[in-house]
Design a binder for this molecule. Structure first.
Ligand code: UD1
Length: 417
């Protein structure tokens, strides 16, 4: 259990349909509790993160069914406002429930989420935003108690365009009195999806996708059906897998506009990328990948930090030296020592990874310690000579649905152990 075994060296060819987006689904699932009624979400990915969030919602008093990617949340009896510490620890991103629970019940108690494998991940911007909306916040022995009988619209300038803080403030402000303006808001596609979903339920939000989001509070939301868009990072991961394995792969159900920064870097390595019908992408790998001059992770529309490890892994077998700079999370190179065990030549200098391409990676036993770094070790194994054993695959299953089955479908030799 919790291990994949990969036999490397197979060409990846065929078609895959990309799953629904984890980072869109999570805040949307959290926001369902604002409605006080029944919401149906289609294309909700079947991954441990969305299952864990469903379990938290059940504990809060919501009725939930989930089958064939259709999630039904009836939040009419959601009246518990405390998230148990063990669940909070298991799922850091449940912090996005704060704004929603506070708006729904006037109070929320969560434990401090603390750091994680990719960095310290503070929540000061979340708390600042909620405070600006009138919440009274007490931090006590690792718990955060947040209270507000009525939330009031406010102008909030974020020091950094945090995705989670922008989402949390949007959720809290949706039912607040008056107008909230978030400046320096995150511009990620997931913010646009959250706006679209909430507006479908009767909210009045404008500006998502720009750095100023304006939320006019409404007294109540209503029922809605919504289909979650596809996952841009999962799409990017499969594209890198194909690029590393002489692949010819067609990905279906892709929001092309959300992945241009990834496509451009793949083209720089010599991959041919063709867009078909605006929602499919065909990639053909070159005989030998080329290094890229520079990749810098940045808030959207810059290159996503969630694709950094897959790109570094791909560049580890390109000809030449590439420089990658991680600007978002300070601790996102923890997978690199594992890659080095497989023969990669990568040095880290502060925020920079200097990736000197090698001819071949070699199979080894490696450990996944977080989601994207873990998926990258699978990519490395697919391209390596011999067998690679990836331990800690529960992290990968937080975000990738049927990862091994999908890779098998396109020719990989990979099994769960
Ligand atoms: C979300 C994504 C994650 C992605 C990240 C950046 C989800 C569930 N997760 O995470 O996959 O890697 O966006 O695109 O959608 N920060 C603060 N104070 C805060 C909040 C954040 O200093 O209160 C800092 C963080 O430490 C980090 C940076 O802001 O350096 C970006 O974090 P943020 O955009 O908030 O990421 P998440 O929402 O946690």
């Amino acid at each position: 259990m919790d291990t994949y075994v990969v036999s490397g060296g197979n060409v990846l060819e065929g078609e895959l349909v990309v799953q629904g987006s984890k980072n869109s689904a999570l805040p949307i699932i959290a926001s369902t509790i604002l409605t006080g009624t029944t919401v149906i979400l289609y294309n909700c990915p079947n991954i441990s993160d969305t299952i864990n969030l469903q379990n938290i919602l059940r504990l809060l008093g919501n009725k939930i069914t989930y089958e064939n990617h259709k999630l039904v949340v009836d939040s009419s009896s959601c009246d518990i406002n405390e998230i148990p510490a063990n669940l909070m620890k298991e799922m850091r991103s449940s912090i996005i429930l704060m704004g929603a629970i506070l708006a729904r019940t006037g109070r929320v108690v969560v434990s401090y989420p603390g750091g994680c494998e990719i960095g310290t991940r503070p929540i000061d911007l979340h708390l600042y935003g909620l405070q600006k909306l009138g919440a009274n916040i007490i931090e006590n022995h690792g718990y955060i108690i947040c209270e507000a009988s009525r939330l009031k619209g406010s102008e909030i300038s974020l020091d950094f365009p945090s995705v989670g803080a922008t989402e949390n403030i949007m959720l809290a402000a949706t039912l607040a009195d008056g107008v909230t303006i978030i400046r320096n808001a995150a511009r990620e596609p997931e913010i646009v999806e959250l706006q679209n979903f909430l507006n479908l339920c009767g909210a009045n939000i404008k500006g998502a996708g720009t750095s100023t989001v304006k939320i006019k509070g409404v007294p109540k939301l209503h029922e809605a059906d919504y289909t979650v868009k596809s996952d841009r990072i999962v799409a990017g991961t499969y594209l890198c897998a194909a690029a590393m394995n002489k692949g010819k792969l067609c990905l279906k159900n892709v929001v092309i506009d959300n992945i241009w920064s990834i496509i451009h870097k793949l083209q720089e390595t010599g991959c041919e990328c063709r867009i078909i019908n605006n929602d499919e992408i065909y990639i053909k790998a070159p005989k030998k990948l080329k290094a890229v001059k520079m990749i810098k992770t940045l808030p959207y529309p810059g290159f996503p930090t969630d694709m950094q490890s897959q790109m570094v892994t791909m560049l580890s077998i390109a000809s030449g030296t590439s420089i990658v700079i991680e600007n978002i999370f300070e601790n996102r190179y923890k997978y690199i020592p594992e890659l080095t065990k497989m023969g990669a030549e990568i040095t880290i200098e502060g925020k920079a990874a200097i990736v000197k391409g090698v001819d071949k990676l070699n199979g080894a036993t490696v450990e996944a310690r977080e989601l994207r770094g873990g998926a990258s070790l699978v990519l490395a194994g697919l391209a390596a000579d011999g067998y690679t054993k990836i331990e800690g695959t529960k992290y990968i299953e937080r975000g990738y649905e049927d990862f091994t089955e999908n890779l098998k479908r396109i020719g990989a030799k990979i099994d769960k152990e």
